[in-house]
Design a protein. Structure first.
Length: 227
């Protein structure tokens, strides 16, 4: 089962694709707007993305280009009514992994997604750093001052999210939505307990907490003294 993002403004087509993918036991988040998709890709990690070319407010090719320029490596398949070879080349040159021209059979799309998911993960370095803390998402490894730190998977995902958004403040609801998509076993209290465990694992007695409270707003990563 994979976590997929589907961005398609044709709601009937989106429903047909979503239905087929859920039959394959995938988790599917559906968006109909380009700007919403751009924001989702900044805050959430997906296993694959199905991205339409023509979208309201921001085109699929703009979303794709921005995502790749920011270092995003998730496989992306483009959907479009365009069938000119130069437009296909433009999509692939911008970082698309595959291309499907409308109209298409949703079973074919499902097969292409399975093919993308079978590809080995990219080997580029993905380690995130905050002062003497290093987090390697690909290998699920966290170190502080050279010593390995163990976190629960949910706590690890939350810390990774903060490290990827060092200048932003998030409410508890935003963290539930962006990190765990309101999983049935996620709660505001669970988010706060995860933050408490991260602090216990990484904070020092004579220093500020790695995750700051912002009064009446939420939480953010503390500003690095070395940054």
């Amino acid at each position: 089962m994979a976590k997929l993002l589907l961005v398609e403004d044709d709601r009937d087509l989106a429903l047909a694709i979503e239905t087929e993918l859920k039959l394959q036991h995938h988790t599917v988040e559906v968006l109909f707007d380009g700007l919403d998709a751009d924001e989702a890709l900044k805050s959430t990690i997906y296993d694959a993305v199905i991205l339409d070319w023509n979208l309201p407010r921001m085109t699929g090719i703009e979303i794709l280009s921005r995502y790749r320029q920011a270092g995003g490596r998730t496989p992306i398949i483009m959907l479009t009514a365009k069938d000119h070879v130069l437009e296909k080349a433009h999509g692939l040159d911008s970082g698309a992994d595959d291309y499907l021209t409308k109209p298409f059979n949703t079973i074919e799309l499902s097969a292409r997604i399975r093919s993308l998911l079978r590809r080995p993960p990219a080997m580029a370095a993905t380690t995130l750093q905050f002062e003497d803390i290093f987090l390697d998402p690909q290998n699920f490894r966290l170190t502080k001052n050279g010593s390995e730190i163990r976190l629960l998977p949910r706590d690890f995902a939350l810390l990774e999210f903060f490290l990827r958004h060092p200048q932003e403040t998030f409410s508890v609801d935003a963290l539930m939505s962006r990190v765990w998509h309101y999983d049935s076993d996620c709660s505001p209290g669970g988010v706060r307990m995860a933050i408490t465990r991260i602090r216990k694992a990484l904070d020092t007695e004579d220093g500020d907490s790695i995750i700051e409270n912002v009064t009446r707003v939420g939480y953010r990563l503390r500003q690095s003294r070395s940054g």
